[in-house]
Design a protein around this ligand. Structure first.
Ligand code: NDP
Length: 385
């Protein structure tokens, strides 16, 4: 029996993780499930899986959570510290699937507790890459990438011969506006932006896919996870989302991982690693897919990718600022306060206005994150829809 904790249990990745765990009740025992404020979904999952603890980050939800858990015997907790405490319970396997920098402290708590951490929460690694990787090393924690691209690279990478790697090529679906003109992009609505053609995901990452900031964040994520330089990381647009990423070797070999676009495949890989487990995912039928297309990304319509690449090259505080400004801008877009094309503009302006020294601790990262959010928030107020 593997003990499991899911941070972000009510979200898209959290639900896919629960689906797999609930199909193999003899293999997994749930310790803690944590979410923000979706009490009903959290309590239902905790009761179904007989979790020991259920945690809501929002303290105002504690009474409702207690009511929803009823006489189940499951302990209800609330508050941001309680989420970190749940992460510290030292499950054998922890899924880090809180969205945004809100997941940073909990993921650090999980890394410091040891065990295996399956990382979906890319924003934490973008903001605090050096700090997080140092914590994983110091506590001998196994960090497994769940993001489908990084999971694909992990599967294709020959860790015994890192010098044989020439390039890592991350594939990008291009999102719903892959072929939309710049002019038409001005009028994109939140409903259009969250409707991803291939993947079913939470709202924030869906918008990130639409702007291609998601691929920018993934470049930074890959830099921290794998032993390569920034200039060995490439992005290619691949509309079908069948090839999840590739590793090119110096002898000219290119290894790719393929599969139907279903997050349960990379999650299952991380759950069973180093073994494999069965999933209910649709089997890949290449004859039905018919063709696999590839194209270079368009830096004019998708400037977020260049912003992220520049932040990666500059290093220091730049990735944390990029990420914080993007979170503020995406939330404002989803609230109808700024237009689609403003998202990258807000990120660019925040990067131009704020340039602190490189962070050397978690507290320093969080301070930069807060300050960058304040700059981006001011910039949002300047936008007129
Ligand atoms: P969702 O928006 O679907 O879910 C987010 C989860 O985080 C919810 O459980 C939410 O709780 C919880 N949450 C939000 N804020 C807090 C907080 N302050 N404290 C505790 N929990 C919180 O997101 P996704 O599942 O789509 O994405 C999660 C992460 O995984 C993101 O970082 C994303 O980039 C990454 N990822 C997602 C993929 C996908 O296919 N969805 C693919 C690859 C990576 P509540 O429901 O109560 O609000």
């Amino acid at each position: 029996m593997k003990t499991v904790t899911i941070l972000g249990a009510t979200g898209s990745v959290g639900s896919s993780t629960l689906d797999l765990i609930e199909r193999a009740p003899d293999q997994f025992q749930v310790l803690a499930l944590a979410a923000n404020r979706d009490v009903d979904k959290l309590a239902a999952a905790a009761i179904r899986t007989r979790a020991k603890v259920a945690v809501v980050a929002d303290p105002d939800c504690l009474d409702r959570l207690r009511d929803a858990l009823g006489s189940s015997g499951i302990e209800a907790r609330a508050g941001a510290d309680a989420v970190c405490d749940a992460a510290r319970m030292r499950a054998d396997w922890t899924m880090a699937a809180i969205v945004g920098t809100a997941g940073l402290k909990p993921v650090m708590a999980a890394l410091e507790a040891g065990g295996t951490v399956a990382l979906a929460n890319k924003e934490s690694l973008v903001s605090a890459g050096e700090v997080m990787m140092a914590a994983a090393r110091a506590h001998a924690t196994t960090l497994l990438p769940v993001d489908s691209e990084h999971n694909a690279v992990f599967q294709c990478l020959d860790r015994t011969a890192p010098r044989g790697v020439r390039r890592i090529i991350l594939t990008a679906s291009g999102g719903p506006f892959r072929e939309t003109s710049l002019e038409a992009m001005r009028a994109i609505t939140p409903a259009q932006a969250v409707a991803h053609p291939n993947w079913s995901m939470g709202a924030k990452i869906s918008v990130d896919s639409a702007t291609m900031m998601n691929k920018g964040l993934e470049l930074i994520e890959a830099f921290h996870l794998f032993p390569v330089r920034a200039d060995q990381l490439d992005v290619i647009v691949h509309a079908q989302s069948v090839v999840h990423s590739m590793v090119e070797y110096i002898d000219g070999s290119v290894l790719a991982q393929l599969g139907s676009p279903d997050m349960r495949t990379p999650i299952a890989f991380a759950l069973a690693w180093p073994e494999r487990m069965e999933t209910p995912c649709e089997q890949l039928d290449l004859a039905r897919v018919g063709r696999l297309d590839f194209a270079a990304p368009d830096p004019v319509r998708f400037p977020a990718l260049t912003l992220a690449r520049d932040a990666l090259s500059a290093g220091g505080a730049r990735p944390a600022i990029l990420n914080a400004a993007n979170e503020v801008a995406v939330a404002a877009f989803l609230d109808g306060r700024v237009g689609f094309l403003e998202i990258a503009a807000i990120v660019a302006d925040t990067l131009a206005r704020y340039d602190p020294a490189a962070p050397d601790s978690l507290d320093a990262v969080l301070a930069i994150d807060a300050e960058a959010r304040a700059y981006a928030g001011e910039r949002v107020k300047d936008c007129v829809l």
